[in-house]
Design a protein around this ligand. Sequence first.
Ligand code: CA
Length: 231
Amino acid sequence: MAAKPKLLIVEDEAAIRSGLVDVFVYHGYDVDTAATGDDGLRKSLSGKFDLILLDVMLPGVDGFEICERIRARDRQQPIIMLTAKSGDDDIIQGLTLGADDYVAKPFSVAQLVLRVQAVLRRAGIGEALEREIHLANGVVVDSANLSAGETAFTRREMDLLQYLAQHADRAVAREELLARVWGYANHLEIETRTVDIHIAKLRRKIERDPSDPQAIVTVRGAGYRLMVAAP
Ligand code: CA
């Protein structure tokens, strides 16, 4: 069973915030909130959320700056801006800063839920994960049983493998893996090495010849790419 999508709602108006919490909890989301710009910024940069709903006008740091700060660190983080007015300038600024979509207030809750679902779908989040991962080298990984034949994986190794499998169309940067698989927001040298160590462990388990990897390939300057079997 896939985990509940994790949603962060950054909104200073208490009535709107609690209304949104009710709606998204009802729709099966795991919801956290922030009522100020500073708290919103801190939580946004934690890398723990599948999607961030971001109000523009906030006390302290505003939504545009939060969006910009998230993007400087994570190009993939799904963000939907809640713009106070349907003014084109607000919308254009939000999208220029890297928001995936925007919803103008006053919004219809049903419409907002659909937008959230669409952005998550584009990001490859919230879909049922395939139980089996078929690698290009012929190895088949059973993600539910954390195994491939006699070989067992840790939960973390499987999370890493599943994330790579969901994004098998491209190389994934170490920083993105740290943020999305580990939930680490700060990219210290020691932390990116954590990724390399786990990749090395995975290679010993899934590669025919770990010294010549064919399933998890290193793409110079870009990260790691999982090579899956053609469907
Ligand atoms: Ca506001």
